[in-house]
Design a binder for this molecule. Structure first.
Ligand code: ADP
Ligand code: MG
Length: 319
């Protein structure tokens, strides 16, 4: 079964000039640019775990690449190549065509070439590796946040988690409203990540929920991070659909946002504002780095705030 599917993939993949040999041999041959470091990331999406069963093939294709590009963005890297391991319950050419529609659409937007992979029979699972480049010594890391830094986040938070929580009302593929779209078609902040090189002290992409991911930055940097919960950016749709505390919980611990969270020195505020303007991307200041440890979320009046665990999770897709 695999041969026909691989043929379809081969037909549609387009090679950059630095792909010496792409799909079709035992391995790909790639020419990295002189003087730059290679950045590599891998993420797997399993049906029923990382996306709801019944998600459209094109959305799975888009998301499988998007979550990987998001990791490169969080390092400040420029993406170049990817490989794709597909485990499929049956050899359905229509499904693969749909998958490639989403996958290659996003790949083309970022000039990423699909240079190889593997195709096997098994439970539906998609594993992608992305390769990119970075100027030596300038990658954005989780370590590096310094006391006094501002903490920022791109875009809006909580929409994807909201869509998951409403799955029983709006099945996947049905009403593709704004929030469902954020779940199915996350936008990796690749341009922003590149622009943060030389500007941000530390960065991470938000995949497991803001509080959890900011916790990784705090730990890696050996600092404490205070988040102003009422400053967290929300889409209009999220604001309209949920009461204040449910909304806060979705934003702070929802996950699947694929926004970038980063810290900068206070004297860089005008540069962040200019970046937001240039990219046409909302960037919101959501907190401060302090001496100490852990993540501390506070309300506008200074009171400590905790997420209402399971306050919204009618349907939890585990991870
Ligand atoms: P081998 O048995 O030598 O590993 P395969 O038959 O698995 O070869 O793969 C043949 C070619 O097709 C290789 O270049 C491989 O990288 C590519 N390929 C296989 N599956 C995929 C896939 N899902 N996406 C992209 N390329 C693939
Ligand atoms: Mg193989």
């Amino acid at each position: 079964m695999e041969f026909d599917l691989i043929h379809r993939i081969h037909q549609r993949a387009r090679n950059r000039d630095d792909v010496v040999l792409g799909i079709g041999d035992d391995a790909a041959l790639l020419q990295p640019p002189a003087g730059r470091q290679l950045v590599v990331a891998m993420d797997t999406l399993n049906a029923g775990v990382h996306f709801p069963v019944g998600t459209m093939a094109a959305d799975i294709g888009w998301k499988a690449l998007a979550v990987n590009l998001s990791d490169l963005a969080a390092m400040g890297a420029e993406p170049a190549w990817c490989t794709l391991s597909l485990s499929l319950p049956d050899a359905d050419p229509a499904w693969v065509d749909g998958f490639l529609d989403g996958f290659l659409d996003l790949a083309d937007r970022h000039r990423v070439s699909l240079v190889g992979g593997d195709t096997t029979r098994g439970p539906l699972s998609v594993c992608v590796t992305v390769h990119g480049f970075i100027e030596p010594g300038s990658a954005l890391r989780r370590a590096g946040a310094m006391a006094g830094d501002d903490v920022w986040v791109t875009g809006t938070l909580g929409d994807a988690a909201a869509a998951l929580s409403r799955l029983h009302e709006v099945p996947p593929g049905a009403g593709h409203d704004e929030m469902a779209r954020r779940l199915d078609r996350p936008t990796p902040r690749v341009g922003c990540g590149r622009a943060l090189v030389g500007l941000a002290h530390a960065a991470i992409d938000i995949s497991d929920g803001l509080l959890a991911d900011v916790g990784h930055v705090a730990r890696a940097s050996g600092v404490s991070i205070r988040l102003e919960v009422d400053a967290l950016p929300a889409s209009d749709a999220l604001g309209e659909a949920f009461a204040a505390d449910t909304r806060r919980t979705l934003q702070a611990s929802g996950g699947d946002d694929y926004e970038l969270c980063f810290t900068t020195p206070v004297d860089a505020r005008h540069r962040v504002a200019a970046l937001s303007e240039t990219l046409g991307l909302r960037i919101t200041r959501i907190g401060t780095v302090e001496a100490g440890e852990g993540v501390h979320a506070t309300l506008a009046d200074g009171r400590a705030w905790q997420p209402a665990r399971n306050g919204y999770a009618h349907f939890e897709v585990g991870r």
